[in-house]
Ligand binder design. Sequence first.
Ligand SMILES: Nc1nc2c(ncn2[C@@H]2O[C@H](COP(=O)(O)OP(=O)(O)OP(=O)(O)O)[C@@H](O)[C@H]2O)c(=O)[nH]1
Length: 378
Amino acid sequence: MDTPSEGDGEVRIPVTVLTGVLGAGKTTLLRYILEKPHGYRVAVIQNEFSEEMGMEAPLFTDAKGDTIKDVYELPNGCLCCSAKDGLIGMLDVLLEQKDRFDYVLVEATGIADPESVCEVFWVDDGLGSRVYLDGVLALVDAYHVFSYLGKSEAEPEAEKGKALGLEAEALKQVACADVLILNKVDLVSEDRRSRACAVLREINPTARMLESRFAEVPLGEILGLQAFDKDRLAAAVLAIPAMDGQEPGHEHAHSHSDGHGHCNCEGILPRAHGIESVLLHGEDGALYDPDKVRSWMADVLWEGSAGFVYRCKGLFRGPSEEEAEPRETVAHALQGVGKLFEIEEAKVSSAGSKLLFVGRGLKRDALAAGLQKCQADT
Ligand SMILES: Nc1nc2c(ncn2[C@@H]2O[C@H](COP(=O)(O)OP(=O)(O)OP(=O)(O)O)[C@@H](O)[C@H]2O)c(=O)[nH]1
């Protein structure tokens, strides 16, 4: 994964991935972005299941009312599966004409798995040198949010039983987002809006949260975020609140006493709809070896040794990987989506180490023990 700050002279094009279950307002948001002045020349890739569904492209216009030509359809399946190669191919073609645009928006189908879409930008080295993932947005329909997320008992009477059957996909979209946009707030009461916010916060405690009517959100809050940039990530992790004094229902921090744990390990979400998170705090003053953390992450993400992790991110202190002696102590940022992860030095000063894991069936003792084993040799 690359960010603009690591360039080799060539300017990389930011890509924002837009997710959200069927009807949440993705196309409405795209149209809004295209019509507003924001200084970017945007190319759009829309992923549809089939040619027949790709009917929206001609309807996009820019701020002057002219039809936008840089809207490309990516039919033949879902981005996260069969259409992945198509996306890489399409970005390749687009990048040949990059004098025409400097930003790419990818609208995924409502059932796309955000992990797999993000993988495209991490795995393909050729592409990674020319584009970078700026952020993942998830639109959520405030009116249907509870049935989306498998809580249809909280729906208005008329909507009960209308669950889409896409709960797993919707939960993952929410869990993996850098920005959550609770859309259609015009359709719900204040009480329902705040309950919806609370549910989203449970699932994804670190995403930026916006609310909108017809997807009208400040564009500076969703574009040009560099949410996957290691330094930004590091700053965001540092800002994760301490979980002392949690609300009732949240699990409290505890230390392990089974011989492996001196780190603090918190469940920062209650088990919300099967998705949970674990926040590990490194032991005071402890240093962690980036190579050991890499091996540990391979075990966690590839072998599933601590449950099913969708998303992990964090910051830990350890020796620099630069050749120079003596080895400085620096902050390292960990960033992972699905089975992909990377660890790089981050330019922040951090006194401690914090790692957040979001997923299902997380084994927090195993996570805490794993981190403990990554301590650097002294
Ligand atoms: N009342 C209300 N309606 C909205 C809002 N945002 C979008 N809509 C309507 O919701 C419907 C679905 O919006 P789209 O933007 O097409 O949703 P989508 O996520 O692109 O839908 P798919 O392509 O089917 O996944 C349209 O009729 C929109 O006009 C909103 O904030 N309030």
